[in-house]
Structures are given as structure tokens and as C-alpha cells.
Design a protein around this ligand. Structure first.
Ligand code: AHN
Ligand code: ZN
Length: 337
């Protein structure tokens, strides 16, 4: 029986605080003292069963904090919970803390959480999602809600919930590759639809920061997968534009595996639009081929699910079936490597 020891390393850089370029500090803790999560010693080729009830519960837990808008209490509390939860499962957890400036001048206190599994391996894959939620429901049909923060049950929490369940599986069964799970902050603080300012690089502030300041210098992963909006009923995952531009072979690999699992009605072989999202900056700045598994629709004006950036992006519109097909597909990708 292998019991992981706990060791906490604090790496806080004090000094001049440069807002905008992002001032930061990093905390690293290794190991876990949870008896339930012992790492296996032998790599496992069999694909473990993705527990969708567990994933659903992880989505619920995040939403229960309230809208996870940067600088809010709910955001801080959810961040603390994510840190604690990731620490139960991962071998090493890094917390990257920074201040970044939003499009409207607001200085945001952000944290990116990185959980590493089998950190000694150089053959690695990267999985990520954003954990913040949007401060404004600027696509709500009712203008009275255009400045109301959203729950982000699908837009944010769904991807994190799926990845936490995968983290739990990784704590039990070792795949042959090393895995890093990153929860990015401040993805959804992008320009408000009704505020007339440039929105150049206003989205994905946490991943932009990480791409310029990775948790380990010269960090590399062979490929990465971003999950965004993976919890709505009847989701359709198409070949997103930047994923095809930067990592077409990874798109094919993942869609093939999804089809082999019987999920071809969700993972459709159709061209999607180009979405500026966390994967775009990792591709552009860090040169790691990262794809986006993102629900894209043709019947809405914005190209996303019906409740996108509305106050109705809530728990009641999360469909476990979608969490399952995405979770089981990504699990298969990892354990087939
Ligand atoms: C743009 O609308 C430019 N990007 C959408 C990225 C996003 C927002 N993902 C979730 N919420
Ligand atoms: Zn969003």
C-alpha cells in the first residue's frame, strides 16, 4: 500500500508589483494524505469507468458557492475548495496567483490551479477548463439582467467537474503518461457586449498569464485538451477552427475515440467556428497543440447553447449524459496513450 506524503513548498515572490503584465506568486504542495486515493504502481491500459454522478456532484459544488466572479467572496471560496479538492487527488498542486488588468481597467486577483500526476514523467498531456464565471449576463433576453453575474453551471463549472472526476480516476489508476490538469481563472471577464471599447485579448486572462509564466519553466506537454461548455443537453462538438489550425491530428484522434465509444451524435465531424478561448493562447504563446471540446450550435445567433451568458446557465440545465460522453471520451484518450 502506497500512501502519499504531504509536503508543502511555498514560493512567494515579493517585490515590485507590476499590474497588467501580471504580478504573481506561486505555491506548490506535493502529495496527499487521503487514504482513499492511493496511486497504483503499475500503468493501466484498461479504460476506467467515468463516474458521472461524481462529476455532476463536482459541478453542483462549484455552483453552490454562487457566481464565481473574480474578486468576489464566492470566487475566493470556490478557489479554496478547488485547491483542497485537487490536493486530494494530484501528486503535486501548484497555485499560481497574479493580478491582471481587465478590459475595463478593473484589477483582478486571479488564481490558476495546476494539478500534476506522475510529475517525474516527461511524456505529458495537458487537460484544462476555466473555473471563473461571467460577471454579466450580457446575452440575456431580458435587458434588466445584462449586468447580473451568472452561475456558469455549463459555462465554466461543467468542464471543471469533468476534470475533477478524471483527477479522482488518476489518483487511483496510473496511465502510462503524465497528466497536468489546469483550472484557469478569468476566462470569462471578456468585453461586455454593450460596452464600446476594444476587446483585443480581453478573454482568457488566466491562460494568457500562465502561457507567459508557466508553473515550471520550459513546461511542455505533447498535446492538450480544453473543455468548455460540456454540460448542456444535446450538445454538439464540432471541429473548432483554432483546434483544426493548430492541432488537427489531435482533433481526429479524440473524435475517433469518441466515435468508437458510441458518441458520434455528440462528436460530429462538422466544421465549427473559430473561438478565442484558453486553448488559443496556449497554442499561440506556448506552442503546445491544444484542442477545444466546446459545444457549438447553428440555431443561435452567437453560436453557443441557448442559455449562454444568460442568468439561466444554471444547474437545472445540466444534462449528465453530456458530462458522461465527454468525461468517458477524455478518460479513454488518457488511458489509451
Ligand atoms: C468569445 O466570445 C470571443 N469567446 C468565447 C469564449 C468563451 C466565453 N467561452 C466561454 N465563455
Ligand atoms: Zn462564457
Amino acid at each position: 500500500m502506497i500512501r502519499k506524503e504531504k509536503l508543502i513548498i511555498l514560493l512567494a515572490f515579493s517585490g515590485i508589483v507590476i499590474i497588467g503584465c501580471g504580478s504573481g506568486s506561486q505555491t506548490e504542495s506535493r502529495g496527499s494524505e487521503n487514504n482513499e486515493t492511493m496511486a497504483a504502481t503499475q500503468p493501466r491500459r484498461e479504460i476506467p469507468h467515468f463516474n458521472v454522478d461524481s462529476a455532476y456532484h463536482f459541478v453542483e459544488r462549484q455552483v453552490a458557492f454562487g457566481p464565481r466572479v473574480p474578486n468576489s467572496d464566492a470566487h475566493r471560496q470556490c478557489g479554496d475548495w478547488l485547491h483542497k479538492t485537487l490536493n486530494r487527488f494530484a501528486d503535486t498542486v501548484y497555485v499560481q496567483q497574479a493580478r491582471v488588468r481587465a478590459f475595463d481597467g478593473t484589477v483582478l486577483n486571479i488564481r490558476n490551479f495546476i494539478g500534476s500526476f506522475q510529475p517525474e514523467k516527461s511524456n505529458r498531456i495537458l487537460l484544462c477548463a476555466h473555473w471563473d464565471s461571467r460577471p454579466w449576463a450580457d446575452h440575456d433576453p431580458d435587458p434588466a439582467n445584462h449586468y447580473t453575474p451568472i452561475d456558469g453551471a455549463n459555462d465554466g463549472a461543467s468542464g471543471v467537474g469533468v476534470l475533477l472526476e478524471i483527477a479522482r480516476l488518476l489518483s487511483i489508476y496510473n496511465p502510462s503518461v503524465g497528466v497536468d490538469i489546469i483550472f484557469f481563472d478569468a476566462e470569462d471577464y471578456g468585453k461586455h457586449r454593450l460596452i464600446n471599447v476594444p476587446d483585443q485579448d480581453s478573454w482568457a486572462l488566466g491562460s494568457q498569464y500562465w502561457s507567459r509564466n508557466p508553473h515550471r519553466t520550459d513546461y511542455f506537454a505533447r498535446f492538450g485538451i480544453l473543455l468548455d461548455m460540456v454540460g448542456a443537453a444535446n450538445a454538439t462538438f464540432r471541429h473548432e477552427g483554432y483546434s483544426m489550425l493548430y492541432a488537427p491530428n489531435i482533433v481526429r484522434k479524440v473524435w475517433d475515440i469518441a466515435h468508437r465509444q458510441g458518441f458520434s451524435s455528440f462528436f460530429i465531424n462538422t466544421e465549427g467556428g473559430y473561438v478565442i478561448d484558453d486553448h488559443y493562447y496556449i497554442n499561440k504563446i506556448r506552442n503546445i497543440p491544444v484542442i477545444n471540446i466546446i459545444d457549438q450550435r447553428t440555431h443561435t445567433s452567437h453560436g453557443f447553447f441557448d442559455y449562454w451568458h444568460t442568468i439561466n446557465d444554471t444547474m437545472e440545465h445540466i444534462d449528465p449524459q453530456t458530462l458522461l460522453v465527454v468525461g468517458q471520451t477524455v478518460t479513454a484518450v488518457i488511458y489509451l496513450e
